[in-house]
Design a protein around this ligand. Sequence first.
Ligand SMILES: NC(=O)c1ccc[n+]([C@@H]2O[C@H](COP(=O)([O-])OP(=O)(O)OC[C@H]3O[C@@H](n4cnc5c(N)ncnc54)[C@H](O)[C@@H]3O)[C@@H](O)[C@H]2O)c1
Ligand SMILES: O=P(O)(O)OC[C@H]1O[C@H](O[C@H]2[C@H](O)[C@@H](O)[C@@H](O)O[C@@H]2CO)[C@H](O)[C@@H](O)[C@@H]1O
Ligand SMILES: [Mn+2]
Length: 440
Amino acid sequence: MEPKIITIVGGGSTYTPGVVKAILSKKDTFPVKEIRAYDIDEERQNDVAIIVKEVVKANCPECNFFTTTDPETAFKDSDFIFAQIRVGKYAMREQDEKIALKHGAVGQETCGCGGLAYGLRTIYPMVEILDMVEKYAAPNHWILNYSNPAAIVALALKKLRPNARIINICDMPVAIINSFADILHCDPHDIKPDYFGLNHFGWFTDIWVNGESRFEELRQHAIAHGYLCDVPDEQHWEPSWVHTYGNVKPMMERFPDYLPNTYLQYYLLSQDIVNDANPDYTRANEVMDGREKTLFDAIRRYKETGKYDDGMFVVGAHGTFIVDLAESLCRENGGRYLLIVKNEGAIADLPDDAMVEIPCYVSPRGVEKISVGHIPTFYKGMIEQQYACEKCLVEGAIENSYTKVLQAFALNKTIKSSTQAKAILDDMIIANKDYWPELK
Ligand SMILES: NC(=O)c1ccc[n+]([C@@H]2O[C@H](COP(=O)([O-])OP(=O)(O)OC[C@H]3O[C@@H](n4cnc5c(N)ncnc54)[C@H](O)[C@@H]3O)[C@@H](O)[C@H]2O)c1
Ligand SMILES: O=P(O)(O)OC[C@H]1O[C@H](O[C@H]2[C@H](O)[C@@H](O)[C@@H](O)O[C@@H]2CO)[C@H](O)[C@@H](O)[C@@H]1O
Ligand SMILES: [Mn+2]
């Protein structure tokens, strides 16, 4: 395989060191000759690059790495574009979460009104990135996009740039499958999931391990313990993730047919989530005091001492997933992944233009969807409401329509009434004045 050029968009991301380590750990089967980091915040990116350069030195010194804020330098002849931007950074995530909570609604990064606000910030910066990639990158490039909120970004980009060579992805199901492997005491690579939904709004319907369904074992475990188990891993140690994995238990006790994505807690346990939340200290604060602080403390230590601990970057689901996907696009290796793709009948009961998260085979031929077929009424109803919400949001952004954005807010399952929706929206318009399309 010809060694590739990869551009990471959002090079200042807290995930960049882990993603680079994941890329270089596969150099024998997925050789990469150059990694470029591109960001609009030069200072943040240059700081993160201090650590990334150490990761490159420790894992593949022959790989060329550099940072840039110039699009042509970033994208020229690039084979893969890994996108992971956060428009407005954590400060705006904090606003997304706290404004919704102030009005008694779920305050979350990608779900509820927080996710809708995040989506309105992200759509057009992503369109701009796709246009720059189209102008400069290699003709057969692939954009693998992590930038959230992936459901809204995927729906908007499919409408605004239908021919873009982009695959939108999410590492949550991968993380959950890693927990399934802990519970089943098997290798996560041996697990083949059956799954349907939208991004952050889906269900596992079967779990195959080496050709044998072990769904019933998992179902019984989840009814008793949620997704928690006695094998600590990267996901289980942070209190809010422990709480999230534990919240699968009440969801399974009530709706035991399928295994839920953890994000469904925000829709099926909305009031419990609001009751348990601290409106003055949300997940954004935890991440700023956690992942972000850990990274920038390491950067400061390196600047002072020249010392760096390569072990501090666990290459978790986030890093391995995107690199495994990229490799399968280059090399026939039977890759099968949950991807966010245009429905077009894969889920028989949903609109063709919905962007659904389903199992797909991936090879140098591209993405081949696996048909899901019909789904039961409860799931169809839940998904149709969420899809209508997301579609109204995207149309509101494109048409600059206050009414359509208000419809999106009012349609969201986390919202009690249009009065609550309007109060949240009007506060969010003020907080997002530097980011949102104008709404009339
Ligand atoms: N899809 C998934 O499952 C998944 C998993 C983890 C993280 N994410 C997403 O990845 C993104 C990065 O997360 P993070 O916590 O590292 O964020 P971060 O704030 O640490 O880094 C984001 C970077 O993006 C940059 N950026 C913002 N707008 C940009 C633009 N228009 N062009 C180029 N760069 C831009 C910022 O300057 C910043 O350096 C977020 O959207 C997050 O939600 C998605
Ligand atoms: O609250 P955060 O910023 O810590 O996490 C929000 C993201 O959560 C999921 O990504 C997880 C991933 O599932 C897990 O394996 C590990 O890599 O941590 C990630 C970030 O914590 C979700 O898929 C993302 O969309 C969220 O942005
Ligand atoms: Mn996700």
